[in-house]
Design a protein around this ligand. Structure first.
Ligand SMILES: Nc1ncnc2c1ncn2[C@@H]1O[C@H](COP(=O)(O)OP(=O)(O)OP(=O)(O)O)[C@@H](O)[C@H]1O
Ligand SMILES: [Mg+2]
Length: 482
């Protein structure tokens, strides 16, 4: 696996404003997503899995606030960028599929149109070429504009904090903010002039490119038309087709045409395993089964050639055989399209065969992070132990042990380890202080005081040991991915 980072999430902290107070949904989440890997995020309902992934997608609910942290993607912090820009990244670079495929489909639009819509919208080839020509100048202007907003916003946040913290020197901060804004405004003027110049040049260049292309096409068409004279009926039909094709080719130079999008739609439908795509294009979502609908949503995501795919419980609503097929499909597409996948589930069993790494989430935090092998064969956090023992056994469908108790109320997150109340190995410190992430190995870490050097040695429960032995025995035939 390459170690190229696709995404870097740091200290991500998210709350929701509610009538009862602030719900602390995500409390300092850190993880990286590497190129080409599948990172599973596993945890009980309410642990913050969806909120984390929706924030990466830029679709956090209206009452949500990013209190802290960053999500770095291609040198940009996704928590800081503006709505319009997010629009480009969302769907385009980062695709997402949800538990309920209907939530991403329009019930009254034919499937074909839903698949082709994005391609046509994003496929303005000449316009994209034009915009690329002054991309740097545009980025400079955008950055300065954003910096002005950012300076003002940061000052506003500081002002709010100053109400509680009297060590904050507001006067000084205000002057600093005003200086920063003034400097950015000074730089903005010449940057705008540069942008205007670059745009004018780009326009000229694109005009030339387009005219040349048109001339070539017109010449070709004129020649074909000449051939039409004196041609017999059969030859004429062929030549007319060639003329139509040449016109289509020219249109495609400018943008993704309807015809082209339709061809591509049939291709991706075929790729995700929808039989008779030509016929199916004309149908509506209700005419498809749940599994087929999920395939369509995946097809739509694929048409935009994303490089990250976030799957939020994509198979939870499906029955077991269909579930396995969809997992297989995601796995195959991941390899074929070199996607980096974040796979969210409450069921560890689901990811055993597909995750390269696993992050276990509890009460808004990642409490254990490691390779699939680390987490399945050498789990260290008592919550991971509990998850493992509540997972249906590979040999039977019986659930061994349900996790006792309930997760904490995130309106009042506990002071110490959030799992302490449900943890029979909890020590005094677990109720008082949050454990940091302790490193178990280069790839593996867990946030439990049991890993502190002074903690008593606690063995993992027998049932899990036995389970691991059984899994290891099995892994010689059908193995957990490493
Ligand atoms: N819009 C909202 N307003 C208030 N609280 C919210 C909102 N969205 C999510 N939450 C709360 O944030 C916490 C995390 O929710 P999230 O949806 O991320 O859980 P999850 O891990 O995806 O669970 P599930 O397995 O049920 O999907 C929960 O306590 C939830 O109630
Ligand atoms: Mg969820």
């Amino acid at each position: 696996m390459s170690r190229n980072k696709k995404l870097e999430v740091r200290d991500l902290t998210i709350s929701f404003k509610t009538t009862q107070g602030m719900v602390r949904a995500v409390r300092g989440v850190d993880f990286d997503l590497y190129e080409g890997e599948t990172l599973a995020i596993v945890g009980e309902s309410g642990s913050g899995k969806s909120v984390t992934s929706r924030t990466i997608m830029g679709i956090l609910a209206g009452n949500g606030v990013i209190d802290k942290g960053s999500i770095m993607y291609e040198g940009e912090d996704l928590t800081q960028i503006e709505e319009e820009e997010f629009h480009e990244i969302r769907g385009n670079k980062i695709g997402m599929i949800f538990q309920d495929p209907m939530s991403s489909l329009n019930p009254i639009m034919r499937i074909g149109k839903q698949i082709t819509e994005g391609m046509i919208l994003n496929g303005k080839r000449l316009k994209n070429k034009f915009e690329k020509l002054f991309h740097e100048e545009q980025a400079r202007v955008d950055w300065l504009k954003r910096d002005i907003k950012r300076a003002k916003r940061e000052f506003k946040q500081l002002k709010a904090r100053a109400k509680e913290d009297e060590t904050i020197n507001l006067e000084q901060a205000k002057q600093k903010m005003l200086d920063r804004v003034a400097k950015a405004k000074d730089e903005l003027k010449p940057a705008k002039v540069e942008l205007k110049k670059a745009k004018a040049q780009a326009k000229q260049k694109i005009k030339e490119i387009w005219n040349a292309e048109k001339e070539k096409a017109n010449n070709d068409i004129a020649k074909l038309k000449e051939q039409l004279e004196g041609a017999n009926q059969e030859q004429a039909a062929k030549i007319k087709q060639q003329i139509a094709d040449r016109k289509e080719e020219l249109a495609r130079f400018k943008q993704v045409t309807k015809k082209e999008a339709r061809e591509r739609a049939i291709q991706v439908m075929d790729e995700v395993g929808i039989p008779e795509p030509e016929k199916r294009l004309k149908q509506y979502p209700f005419q498809f089964s749940g599994g087929m609908r999920q395939r369509i949503v995946i097809a739509i995501a694929l048409t935009l050639a994303p490089d990250i795919l976030i799957c939020d419980e994509p198979t939870t609503a499906l029955d077991v055989t269909i579930q396995a097929q969809i997992l297989e499909l995601i796995n195959r597409l991941k390899d074929e399209h070199n996607l980096s996948v974040i796979f969210i589930t409450h069921d560890l069993g689901v990811v055993a065969n597909m995750a390269d790494r696993i992050g276990v989430m509890y009460a808004g935090k990642i409490v254990e992070l490691g390779t699939s092998e680390d987490v399945f064969y050498d789990p260290r956090h008592p919550y991971t132990w509990a998850l493992l023992s509540s997972m249906p056994d590979l040999d039977s469908t019986e659930r061994l042990v349900a996790i006792p108790g309930t997760p904490p109320n995130m309106l009042y997150p506990p002071k110490g380890d959030a799992f302490a109340d449900r943890n029979k190995y909890a020590m005094k410190i677990d109720f008082e202080k949050q454990p940091p992430m302790f490193e178990v190995s280069e790839t593996h870490s867990a946030a439990t005081w049991l890993l502190h050097k002074d903690a008593p040695k606690v063995e993992m429960p027998e049932v899990i040991k036995h389970r691991i032995e059984r899994m290891l025995k099995r892994s010689s035939s059908s193995e957990v991915k490493s």
